[in-house]
Write a protein that binds this ligand. Structure first.
Ligand SMILES: *[C@@H]1O[C@H](CO)[C@@H](O)[C@H](O)[C@H]1NC(C)=O
Ligand SMILES: *[C@@H]1O[C@H](CO)[C@@H](O)[C@H](O)[C@H]1NC(C)=O
Ligand SMILES: *[C@@H]1O[C@H](CO)[C@@H](O)[C@H](O)[C@H]1NC(C)=O
Ligand SMILES: *[C@@H]1O[C@H](CO)[C@@H](O)[C@H](O)[C@H]1NC(C)=O
Ligand SMILES: *[C@@H]1O[C@H](CO)[C@@H](O)[C@H](O)[C@H]1NC(C)=O
Length: 786
């Protein structure tokens, strides 16, 4: 048996090795930084000198910066086509005004001026994708001679469609450039997914400009082989946009270059999320992205109203006149070096049902929604804790605790532990919602530490003690059988454990046959007082050790699930959704161990119905949220069909629990599959031997007894409530034998209980008594658990 601690350490190390290494930050040698800055200064000077039309591949006019030279072999001949296509898109969105707007004239539009937020939608290959053609890259020109480059470019999107997402940040870096032609700097973290991509897809960081009053955004990647940001104005649609973006970029780039040396920043425009180099050794496909914001659908189409709304969003002071509308954007993505052309899917080429371009919300709304949802989740956690507390109070005696399955409570604890881990990670990733997320995580930790685990320990200690007793009893019996041969002398003692109402094992035949088990000690050990202390301490140690392993196992499992889930975020989407489905399915199978325990022990009433229904509903709710709500906070893809399957599975478990409660735990299960157990609700037959009938039932007095009401009915006294019990009895032979149908017989038998010592009680009375003591109230014989 390997040491569990060692195993856990090994697993952690294996998981760490499975994680991809973060790209080592290149040691920015001073020389390289100087070279980079010199190169950038040249490019900036070039940008400052050029004017609209200086880069015109169709007219054979090139610029002498990386990527824009003729010998590089980029697909620049398609640029004119791409611009035409974007103009078409803009014309469709803005109508007849579009030309005026691109020229910087036209009226103000009802659009957001601050696009900080996230939009998402489907992309498809443009119908012009074919006409772009394959670029014939001149590797000797674009890559340094020492680069030995074998594999194809990263981020080469080859699928036919998928999701794309843009996360915009527009920060007001330079004041004083407001006015009608305002141009704003924008950074966007874009994600492109297709059938071939792993994880969420290719993540790209793009930089560019937003033409605030036109709703037009122009973004690009930059790398050593493509000086995108220095050429960005040349990709603009009109001379007006060119000059606006040039003015803005020259200002911004000058500032960044000035700070670059001090910050030792080699790649201020890196296109990877970790800011690493995008160089000759890991070449990526470059992209130019054109986005156009649609008009906002608000009733009085007044731009002033939007300004008020935006101000209220940014600096809320309480008056919410209307719900801020969602952002819609059209996108076109052109890769000059890999030669692909993608578009957002939507009208006019596709119906609104197939896709409506990119949709999303302003950052403030999303942030507020996630805080609300996190707090709602915390409230659900609180309700779960309340339910657990109620159940704990109800299961306060050993006999009630021993009915509950440790695994059911274990799944609940694991679920809460996992939730706390998820919320802690989310809280660390987000900057503004982190307080709400950490609060929820903290609440989950409290729930698991204070309530779930305590309940688990209570149940575990009772059941461990029970198993221990069982084992000891078996051992004692074995030694007795040998000792009895020598000295056929045995001292039966009514078990001391019986007084403490410890439930009896059900899987030992002898126990069941006798109903009550005396502890039989060999003659030389007839002083239990001398024998008990050492056994008690070893038993306590055993229990403590067992508890330790239980803890260890649980936290190990939690750790393993957390690490696996973290790793799963980088898997292929279909594999990932399979993983999530399996995880959700396992999580919501929480009643299965309880059903199993009920069946094996032939007991019922382990958990309160309030607890079962409440926990099921509260635990299903977050699953429902992520499986069925479009644009949920984590942007998880919906899968309603799987959700319905999971919900149905949970429902089936509850139905099974209900069936066990009302019709007996072993309904539909062949008797040979399960260990025999005492049946508290026997069918009483007149022709049975007397030893199997309740005390007080005699053949002779049966017919003329005053207790006989009508044929086939007997009345007994319940010693607990002192009231009559009316019991139907199958007559001796023939006669009404067929009367006992399922209806009267089966449900009728649930009304009374017969103990192994042949005492009869009302079911409610004996069940209430057995919650405290597993003992017959009349003769104090031990009873098998219910
Ligand atoms: C950087 O390189 C240029 C030319 O290679 C040189 O003139 C300049 O002095 C260098 N700057 C520093 C700070 O070394
Ligand atoms: C850009 O050119 C103008 C003159 O055409 C000059 O005054 C300005 O300093 C230049 N800016 C940069 C950053 O080179
Ligand atoms: C590739 O680049 C090299 C060096 O820049 C140049 O000499 C050569 O003519 C280019 N080849 C083509 C096919 O453009
Ligand atoms: C991109 O993928 C296509 C299709 O697999 C391939 O033909 C092309 O060479 C790739 N481009 C680059 C630059 O690796
Ligand atoms: C846009 O809104 C965000 C979030 O409120 C803010 O951080 C950013 O500075 C705003 N940008 C501009 C240009 O006002």
């Amino acid at each position: 048996m390997p040491n569990p601690r060692l195993v856990s350490l090994c697993i952690i190390f294996i998981l760490i090795f499975l994680f991809p290494d973060p790209t080592p930050t290149p040691l920015g040698s001073f020389q390289r930084l100087n070279n980079t800055i010199t190169r950038e200064k040249t490019a900036l000077g070039l940008l400052n000198r050029t004017s609209y039309g200086d880069f015109d591949p169709a007219g054979d006019r090139w610029l002498d910066i990386p990527g824009l030279r003729e010998q590089d072999g980029f697909a620049w001949h398609a640029l004119k086509l791409v611009k035409e296509r974007v103009k078409e898109q803009v014309a469709h969105i803005l109508g007849t005004e579009s030309q005026d707007l691109l020229e910087g004239k036209g009226r103000e539009l009802t659009i957001y001026h601050n696009v900080t937020g996230r939009v998402r939608g489907r992309w498809v290959r443009s119908k012009l994708d074919e006409s772009v053609g394959r670029p014939h890259l001149n590797m000797t020109a674009i890559l340094p001679s020492d680069a030995r480059f074998e594999h194809s470019f990263l981020r080469n999107i080859t699928g036919n469609g998928g999701q794309m997402q843009f996360d915009f940040k527009s920060e007001n870096q330079i004041q004083g450039l407001e006015g009608p032609g305002t141009v704003q700097n924008v950074r966007a973290d874009a994600v492109f997914a297709d059938e071939t991509s792993t994880g969420d897809g290719w993540t790209t960081v793009l930089y560019g400009v937003q033409f605030v009053h036109t709703g037009h955004i122009l973004l690009t990647t930059s790398s050593e082989k493509f000086a995108g940001i220095f050429a960005l104005p040349h990709f603009a649609l009109s001379e007006n946009l060119f000059s606006g973006s040039k003015r803005r970029l020259v200002e911004t780039l000058k500032t960044i270059l000035r700070e670059q040396k001090a910050q030792q920043n080699m790649h201020p425009w890196s296109s990877t999320i970790d800011g690493a180099a995008d160089n000759a050794y890991t070449p990526h496909c470059n992209m130019i992205v054109y986005l156009q914001q649609h008009r906002l659908p608000i009733a009085p189409a007044s731009p002033q109203l939007i300004q008020v709304l935006e101000h209220e969003l940014r600096f809320p002071n309480g008056h919410r006149s209307m719900v801020p509308p969602r952002i819609t954007m059209s996108a076109l993505v052109f890769s000059p070096d890999c030669g692909f052309l993608l578009e957002s899917q939507g009208p006019p080429d596709y119906t609104r049902v197939e896709g409506n371009h990119l949709q999303g919300e302003r950052w403030e709304i999303r942030s507020r929604t996630s805080v609300h949802h996190a707090l709602l989740f915390a409230a659900a956690l609180g309700a779960q804790v309340l339910l657990t507390m109620t159940q704990m109070r109800h299961s306060s005696t050993p006999s009630t605790r021993s009915r509950i399955s440790v695994y059911t409570i274990g799944i609940i604890s694991l679920g809460d532990g996992f939730i706390s881990m998820v919320f802690f990670s989310l809280g660390m990733l987000s900057d503004t919602e982190s307080i709400a997320l950490f609060a929820t995580a903290f609440f989950a930790v409290l729930a698991i530490l204070i309530f779930d685990t305590r309940f688990l320990i209570e149940i575990w200690s009772v059941q461990a003690q029970e198993e221990l007793d069982q084992a000891r009893r078996r051992a004692t019996r074995a030694s007795v059988s040998t000792a009895a041969q020598e000295a056929s002398l045995a001292v039966p003692i009514i078990t001391a454990a019986g007084a403490d109402s410890l439930p009896l094992p059900v899987n030992s035949r002898e126990v069941l046959n006798s109903g009550a088990i005396p502890i039989i000690l060999p003659p030389d050990q007839d002083e239990p007082a001398n024998e008990m202390p050492p056994t008690a301490t070893t038993a306590a140690e055993d229990a403590r050790r067992e508890l330790g392993t239980l803890y260890g196992k649980m936290y190990l499992l939690l750790l393993a699930i957390t690490f696996l889930s973290l790793h799963a975020t980088s898997w292929h989407p279909s594999l990932r959704s399979l993983y999530t489905n399996v995880l959700s399915f396992a999580y919501l199978s929480l009643w299965v161990p309880q059903i199993y325990r009920n069946t094996m022990r032939n007991c019922r009433k382990a958990l309160l119905w309030k607890f079962v229904i409440g926990q099921s509903a509260l635990r299903l709710e977050p699953v429902a949220y992520f499986y069925t709500k479009p644009d949920n906070v984590l942007w998880v893809q919906n899968d309603t069909r799987t959700f319905l399957a999971i919900a149905a599975w949970l429902w089936i478990q509850i139905l099974l629990l209900a069936a066990q409660e009302f019709f007996g735990p072993r309904l539909f299960i062949p008797a040979s599959w399960v260990p025999p157990a005492y049946d508290y609700h026997p069918l009483l037959r007149e022709d049975e031997e007397e030893s199997k009938m309740p005390i007080g039932f005699t053949h002779t007095s049966a017919d003329d007894s005053p207790h006989t009401k009508d044929k086939g009915k007997r009345v007994f006294d319940c010693a607990i409530c002192m009231l009559d019990i009316e019991v139907s009895v199958v007559p001796a032979s023939g006669g009404g034998g067929g009367d006992v149908t399922l209806g009267s017989g089966f449900l009728g038998r649930r009304a009374y209980m017969v103990t192994p010592c042949r005492h009869i009680f009302h079911t409610e009375c004996l069940e209430a008594a057995m919650r405290y003591r597993l003992q017959c109230p009349i003769c104090r014989e031990s009873l098998p658990p219910l």
